[in-house]
Design a binder for this molecule. Sequence first.
Ligand SMILES: *Cc1c(COP(=O)(O)O)cnc(C)c1O
Length: 248
Amino acid sequence: MSASSRSGPSDEEARRAELADALAAVRARVADAARAAGRDPAEVGLLAVTKTWPASDVALLTDLGLDAFGENKEQEGAAKAAELADLRPDAAPRWHVVGRLQRNKARSLVRWAHAVDSVDSARLVDALESAAARAVDAGERQGPLEVLVQVSVDADPSRGGAPVAEVPGLADRVAGCAHLHLGGVMTVAPQDVTPEEAFATVSDVAARVRATHPRATTLSAGMSGDLEAAVAYGSTCVRVGTALLGRR
Ligand SMILES: *Cc1c(COP(=O)(O)O)cnc(C)c1O
C-alpha cells in the first residue's frame, strides 16, 4: 500500500488500528524477552525503523507514543523529518540514521538527525564532528550529535560496521570530539552465525567500551527477526521495521 492510496480519513483510521496492534505485539515480545532474561522491560527502548514508509505513518506512531525513528538514507530521512514537523508540529521526535553513510552526507544530516547509530570509521567520526561543529555555530542544531559505534561481528564490509578490534579505539575517538556524544554500540547480526553468538560478542565489546566510558550505556541490537536473542544479551534498544510497519 502506498502513501497516496490511503489518504482518506477511514483509511487513516484503519492504518492507525493496524499500527496500534503491531506496536502492542512488539512491546509484548520485548517485555516477554526481558522478563525471561530477568531484566526490566523498561530498560529496552524501541526505535521504529520507518525507511520506505511515509511520514503519515510516522505521525501515527507519534500519536501512539513513539518518539524515536530510524532512517537509512540521508535524503529520505531529511524529507520525512520535515514532513513530520508539518504533520505534528508539537511532537519532539528523535531521528536516528541507522544505515551506511557517506561522509559527504554529514553536513546535511546534522541539521535533522539526533543520532547516527552506524559510525564505523575514523574518517566518518571526523566528518561528523566538523559538520556538527559548523551546524552548532550556524544555529542549525542545538546539542551534540549522539553517536553509536557499529560493530561488525564477522568483519563483512557489506553490512557496515567496524571489526571488533577497532571498536574501542573508535569509541575513544568519538568521546574526544566536542560536538559528538558517545552513546554506546550498535550491531546488525550477520546471517552466517547464530544471533546468540553475534550478540554475545557484541555484548562483550559493549562492556569493554563501558569500562572506559561509563555513560556509553546504549547497546542497540535486535530487529524484527531476532529481538528476543538481543534482549537476552543485554540490548537496550531494539530497531524494528517490518514487525511494526509491515513488509517493505
Ligand atoms: C531496516 C533496518 C532495521 C529494521 O529491520 P526489520 O527487520 O525490518 O525490523 C534495523 N536496523 C537497521 C540497521 C536496518 O537497516
